[in-house]
Design a protein around this ligand. Structure first.
Ligand code: BGC
Length: 719
């Protein structure tokens, strides 16, 4: 065929296909009738062709009926760059995107509105990049602080997790792009993630690990979900009848697509019958996939019924009708100032002030003339790195660039690298330089000595915290402690900024240093937000979304020797006592507790009260607490409400987060904070009756500024 006739043929096919789509969209039939009619027209081969990958990130599509391919892409940091073949970059100049702060940064904002804006803006960018499904948000529970993906995930608390996940999903889907919530379920470690089996009691499963998924489906109405790599209770998540058929599709009435994680499908018949709809992440030839020719054979052999296949096809078409065939997809927008503003706002609200004993912060830039900026993390970017999802950021402001942007003219900024953040191979901690680089430390000491203030930027980086491997321990990498000690000795105005997506052991810094800031892999606007916080243009309001243990062995999974498992079995012996639930109940003092974070101002809590004293199980508790900003700066505070059930008939955590609200209060002003808790949220899951039980009796309500700084206590009775 010559070039011209090839061109004509392609044009004809396109016109035909487009007309077909248009015809389908304009058709006034209900989506259900349209899908049913399409299914009737499909051959078995066509049906099965919808159920597996057609490229590393694509699947499905039936050209003769004008059904477009589904184009997926990672999240959660932003819309990932395009690939050509396999995982290789397509080397385009058109696939840069906004880099949004990592998952635990978003969680540290405790701000569901920001989770919505994150989803909305990433959805717009996904549209501009012609994606149908964003593989985000990711929110597995932080069970061990070592998990390599802690930075991608949100929190150790199911309630905070759920509130953020629901809004992120709604935001993405507001753009007619499907969210794909992941990884369902219990992907809490990367060590042996592809083979390990999790043994867990159903109560812990229901109370800790599933609530955010349930909320994302039933409240957020997520259109797709990704099964995790690991096994749960003996079966791979991608062929787990209990998780997929019984809970997700049965109890939660999930209407969308269950897709496997990449190359995470392990069978044809079991996966098909137990609830998987779409096999993803495979390599060509795709006809060899579990859900390709072998599935056609299984149908012909009567091992998988046509009803099961039709249900999967229905789900895929249904999601296509919500997205690329919805008829109201926008063109999308990418790298806009609004998206940068969202990245900035998340970053600004995520930074956690851990210690400010000397009131050195905010920096008084009217008097300070010289600042030493020290550390590899001051000039390092975080949009890419390690194994797994990153984003080709259009730009990323480093910490040093942010400080120069904000202070450049008035302050002499002197930089020294201090340490090298390069890691030699993608194994666990062992692969960083064993000894500190004394030349780099000497240079750092020299600039620190000659400057009024030294700001150290240390912590992890995206190569060090990575998908597919856990950290070996909590220690700071790259011999950073030696640098901190050396700089602190010569400059009494040293500020330590630790950058990371997961807890680290910073106990020595907590003991020796007066000023400590926690920051994250904080997106395109990282440096600007950080600089604004340091100079007081932003009053810090981030709160830790997980506990920092004083020692790794204080953490439940480690205290009980229940990580990473033996012989590919890991038993979640701590049950429901995950994160602060464990530390509180076992009276173990953490280094920094869940919900902790200081401000440049102070908030005083008084008068916690409830609308009634006695409640029925069907009612909602309305709690009110008065919060006064007693300091001299306006500031944002996250008011946290925990509930405990003393003397319960079952084991309970001392207290559990049941409501929170983030508000801004002007200096000297007072705010009446109203928090609502449906009584049904106080239920525990009874494994014997397989139901949620609201226990009658007295409950305690605790309001405070963190999980340990509780200043207001009240009680109510459930009849
Ligand atoms: C990850 C997923 C990701 C997929 C595609 C897998 O290794 O677990 O989260 O969406 O790769 O990049």
């Amino acid at each position: 065929m010559n070039k011209v006739s090839k061109y004509l043929l392609i044009t004809l096919i396109l016109v035909f296909a487009l007309n077909n789509v248009k015809a389908q969209m304009q058709n006034s039939q209900s989506v259900d009738a349209k899908i049913t009619s399409i299914i009737k027209q499909l051959t078995i081969e066509e049906k099965i062709s919808l159920l597996h990958s057609s490229g590393i990130f694509s699947a499905g599509g039936i050209q003769r009926l004008g059904i477009p391919e589904m184009m997926t892409d990672d999240g959660p940091l932003g819309v990932r760059e395009d690939v050509k073949q396999g995982w290789g970059s397509a080397n385009l100049t058109t696939d840069s995107a906004t880099f949004f702060p990592n998952g635990s940064a978003l969680a540290a904002t405790w701000n569901p509105d920001l989770a919505y804006r994150f989803g909305h803006d990433m959805g717009e960018e996904a549209r501009a990049r012609k994606k149908t499904i964003m593989l985000a948000p990711a929110f597995n529970i932080c069970r061990t602080p070592l998990c390599g993906r802690t930075y991608e995930y949100y929190s150790e608390d199911p309630f905070l997790n759920a509130r953020l996940a629901v809004q992120a999903v709604k935001g993405i889907q507001s753009q007619n792009v499907a969210a794909c919530v992941k990884h369902y379920a219990i992907n809490n470690q990367e060590v042996e993630r592809g083979r390990v089996n999790v043994e867990i009691d159903e109560r812990a499963l229901r109370e800790i690990y599933l609530p955010a998924f349930k909320a994302a489906i039933t409240e957020g109405n997520a259109w797709s979900i990704m099964s995790a790599y690991n096994k749960v209770l003996g079966s791979y998540c991608s062929e787990n009848d209990f998780l997929l058929n019984q809970v997700l599709k049965g109890e939660w009435k999930f209407k969308g697509i269950v897709m496997s994680d990449w190359a995470g499908t392990h069978s044809t018949v079991d996966a098909a019958n137990h609830g998987l709809d779409l096999e993803m992440g495979t390599n060509p030839p795709y006809v060899k996939n579990y859900f390709a020719d072998p599935l056609i054979a299984a149908v012909k052999d009567g091992k998988v019924s046509m009803k099961v296949i039709d249900d999967k096809v229905y789900r895929i078409l249904w999601v296509t009708y919500q997205t690329s065939m919805s008829g109201n997809q926008s063109l999308g927008k990418i790298n806009t100032p609004e998206h940068s503003q969202t990245a900035y706002d998340i970053a600004a609200e995520s930074i956690v002030l851990l210690k400010n004993e000397k009131q050195l912060l905010p920096l008084n830039i009217k008097t300070i003339k010289s600042i030493a900026v020290i550390g590899d993390n001051a000039t390092r970017t975080f949009h890419l790195g390690g194994f797994g999802a990153g984003v080709k950021a259009r730009y990323e402001i480093t910490a040093l660039a942010g400080l120069k942007n904000r202070l450049g003219k008035s302050v002499d900024i002197r930089f020294a690298q201090g340490y090298s953040g390069v890691i030699k191979s993608m194994k666990r901690n062992a692969d960083v330089e064993p000894k500190a680089d004394s030349t780099l430390i000497q240079q750092a000491v020299a600039v620190a000595k000659s400057s009024e203030v030294a700001i150290l930027f240390i912590g992890g980086n995206r190569d060090f915290e990575s998908e597919s491997r856990d950290r070996a321990d909590l220690s700071l990498p790259f011999n950073e402690q030696a640098l901190v000690d050396a700089v602190t000795t010569v400059n009494s105005n040293t500020i330590v900024v630790v950058v990371g997506g997961a807890p680290y052991d910073i106990s020595k810094i907590k003991k020796n240093n007066h000023t400590i800031v926690w920051s994250w892999y904080n997106g395109s606007e990282n440096g600007n937000a950080l600089a604004d916080m340091l100079i007081g243009k932003v009053n810090p309001s981030g709160k830790l979304p997980f506990t920092f243990p004083a020692s790794l062995n204080d953490s439940p999974a480690h205290a009980l020797n229940a990580y990473p498992g033996e012989n590919l079995q890991v038993n979640y012996k701590e049950g429901i006592l995950v994160g602060y639930r464990w530390f509180d109940t076992k009276k173990i003092e953490p280094l920094y507790c869940f919900g902790y974070g200081l401000s440049y101002t102070n908030f005083k809590y008084t008068d916690l009260s409830t609308d009634k004293e006695n409640y029925k199980a069907s009612e909602t508790i309305t709690a009110t607490v008065i919060v006064r900003n007693t300091g001299k700066y306006a500031g944002k505070e996250t008011v946290q409400l925990y509930v405990g059930k003393p003397g319960s008939v079952v084991e309970r955590a001392d207290k559990e987060l049941k409501a929170f609200k983030k508000i801004e209060i002007a200096s000297g002003a007072t705010s009446n904070i109203v928090l609502k808790v449906p009584v049904k949220d106080l239920a525990y899951y009874d494994v014997k009756t397989k139901s949620w039980v609201v226990e009658p009796g007295q409950y305690k309500l605790y309001a405070g500024t963190s999980s340990k700084d509780i200043t207001q206590i009240s009680s109510i009775t459930v009849n």
